[in-house]
Ligand binder design. Sequence first.
Ligand code: AHG
Ligand code: MN
Ligand code: MN
Length: 338
Amino acid sequence: METTPALKAQHHLTSHDNLTTLQSHILAEEAKYPNSTGTLSWILSAMSFSAKMIASKIRRARLNDVLGSLDSDNVQGERQQKLDVIANETLLRCLGSRAGVAIVASEENEEPIMLRTETEGDRKYVVLFDPLDGSANLDACGAVGTIFSVLRHDRRVMPVERSVLQPGVRQVAAGYILYGSSVVFVLTTGTGVDMFVLDPSIGAFLEVEENLRIPTKSKNYSMNEGNRKSFPTGYQNYLDWAQSNGYSSRYAGAMVADVHRILLKGGVFLYPPTAKAPKGKLRLMYEANPMSMIIEQAGGKSFADKQRILEIQPEDLHQRTSVIMGSPDEVDHVLAQL
Ligand code: AHG
Ligand code: MN
Ligand code: MN
């Protein structure tokens, strides 16, 4: 039978002939490792489940009257949004039931939570997350995200909770979920980056891009320029250089949204040291590390001043870092000024 032009065009629009869900992708990855216990797969599937629950709560936030802030601050002294707490509880409940999770640590909890750190049983993991990134955007219906990082639980480390303090190079998986005009799940398990979009009508994440590569260069930077006057000189010089060379500025104010745009379109995301946050504002363990793993796995670069973020030895769960991440050539343009 001859294919009509309309059918051909339709076919052309479907980039994937084989439909793959996040769930089947995770199982296929697991099957590549014959000794795999499936533990990591369970954790990733809990992340997918949490993402769907959080997405649906965000969508109904105004209707259910859960926008705005609480009267409480988190460990960082930042005002908690109601949805920060709801997203955090959702993740804790979804991950808490998975046997392979030894410790969870969250932006919203001062101390790591020990779930199963006893020595018996199979290999166990540490899961760190920022339950709701950019939550201040919520009242204005802006994009927000969830970021997570998975490490192997190191049983030799004492006291037990110090097992979370591993450098980013040791992450076995990292990902983020962007709750934007659609819900996007971006995942790496150390062999490239894959992207999935939630089909709300069937409640599944479908693969839309395999082995995503970041553009090598693109004349875009993303930073809060309101802080310009207190940036170290090198960053101010970079801005002068970029503005004299036809760069565009884009800033959503949610790291997940800003880095996602850069992953797809290229450019550089920066959060330099400022007078208010001399060590940078973003958190190493559950913001900078997972996003750096994704960017590097997609062919990009990620630095804190001149140090590769993934090599920083953490001292504290909530420690902060400055960030320069994105297209390799664009990161180099910033580093050249420092
Ligand atoms: P969170 O909402 O998890 O505290 O994170 C907010 C972070 C990050 O998402 C964003 O890149 C940055 O704060 C924005 O900071 P400014 O408002 O200082 O630009
Ligand atoms: Mn955040
Ligand atoms: Mn947050």
